[in-house]
Ligand binder design. Structure first.
Ligand SMILES: O=C(O)CCC(=O)c1ccccc1C(=O)O
Ligand SMILES: [Mg+2]
Length: 370
């Protein structure tokens, strides 16, 4: 398989609701979408999950475009690629920039699934035909509103509710949510908003029977998380801290977490995501698939990955209509009774919607082999 041409587009999609975390609010989803064309006419898509600002990781839409244009695309064009696992090896001389790398690697996985006549889930080794999903809800203006929003998504059937916490919006909010919804599987994500100085506050969260607390401490820490985990009953789930299977090994050996959230972009692609999944399974650590407010292509990749057996906890892959008035795939991702059917057709199983892609494109550039 040889890629002849890659088209990079920047898209801007209005979001239905602003999404607020411990460090800010997103109103529109601006991201890069890649189209990779092979010599024999196949087209594979990859979605780059980096945001406009470097608050979740250091990558941004602009750094990704720069890395793609100046380093990553030149390495890939006209290379003979037999299996997508080779993409990581081709990128070995280029440090980090995992979301940029994952966007090309995702397109190559799509091409590989098509070329071998399999669904993407099948190509990754996924067996589940439907997946359980939860939803991640942003911080609301008031506790009353937070309770109302959580209630709405419980009624829609999501299998677990994740809420965001930050200093000043934590113990009281969780306590009130628990009073309102005593039995609902619930968890909290701090996006690195605390330090070990907050240990007494974090220990108060133990009272509420949360499934887990996600990334309470610094984004690149595993040592303090191990100290904290020893003093908490609630499992810690690491998100930002885990960028590779090596990071997962170290965190698990240190006892820094009981659960890992796998995001394809954060770990540099599907091949690394599968490795982390397999390693965690061998260690008895459950995983779930995180989200980056993805549009349809990224969402389709998340669904395929979640079909692997150790994705035993509901992830953040909610339905398209939760985020957008119109998605860029057909059909859109539909959640019913908290589950999504894993497509069994060849490739990602959703059709890119050209009209919508063009409508949301703000700029584009084509890269050919020279
Ligand atoms: O709905 C989603 O896609 C997941 C939302 C979410 O929690 C999130 C969204 C953007 C950046 C980081 C995170 C996170 O998991 O920490
Ligand atoms: Mg998180």
């Amino acid at each position: 398989m040889k890629i002849q041409k890659i088209i990079v587009r920047q898209l801007k999609m209005p979001m239905k609701h602003p999404f607020t975390t411990s460090f800010g609010t997103i109103n529109d989803k601006t991201f890069l979408l890649l189209e990779a064309h092979t010599n024999d006419g196949l087209v594979g898509y990859g979605e780059c999950v980096a945001f406009e600002a470097p608050w979740y990781t250091e990558e941004t839409v602009k750094t990704c475009w720069h890395m793609l244009e100046d380093f990553l695309i030149p390495v890939i064009l006209q290379r003979d690629i037999v299996h997508p696992d080779e993409v990581g090896k081709l990128f070995k001389g280029i440090r980090k920039n995992k979301m940029a790398k994952a966007s090309i690697e995702g397109a190559v996985w799509d091409l590989y699934a098509q070329a071998t006549g399999q669904s993407l889930a099948q190509a990754l080794g996924g067996k589940k035909e439907k997946i359980d999903v939860g939803i991640s809800l942003g911080i609301q203006p008031t506790i009353e509103k937070q309770i109302e929003v959580v209630g709405k998504y419980i009624d829609e059937g999501y299998k677990r509710i994740k809420v965001k916490i930050k200093p000043g919006w934590d113990v009281e909010v969780i306590q009130k949510l628990r009073e309102a919804f005593p039995d609902v599987p619930m968890m909290a994500d701090a996006n690195s908003a605390y330090t070990l100085k907050d240990i007494n506050l974090l220990k108060q969260l133990d009272e509420f029977g949360l499934m887990m607390i996600e990334q309470p401490l610094t984004y690149d820490d595993i040592v303090d998380h191990a100290i904290l985990q020893k003093q908490l009953k609630t499992p810690i789930c690491l998100d930002e801290s885990i960028l590779s299977v090596e990071d997962a090994r170290k965190a698990i050996e240190l006892g820094s977490c009981g659960v890992i959230n796998i995001k394809i972009g954060r770990v540099g692609g599907l091949s690394e995501a599968v490795k982390i999944h397999d390693y965690c399974r061998s260690k008895g650590i459950p995983v779930w698939c995180g989200g980056m407010l993805e549009a349809g292509i990224g969402r389709a990749h998340n669904i395929a990955l979640t079909s692997l057996s150790n994705f035993v906890l509901p992830g953040d892959t909610a339905g398209s209509s939760h985020y957008f008035e119109e998605d860029i795939i057909e059909p859109e991702v539909v959640v019913s009774d908290g589950t999504i059917q894993v497509p069994q057709t060849v490739g990602i199983g959703y059709k890119p919607k050209r009209k919508a892609i063009e409508k949301f494109t703000v700029s584009l550039k084509e890269y050919n082999y020279i």
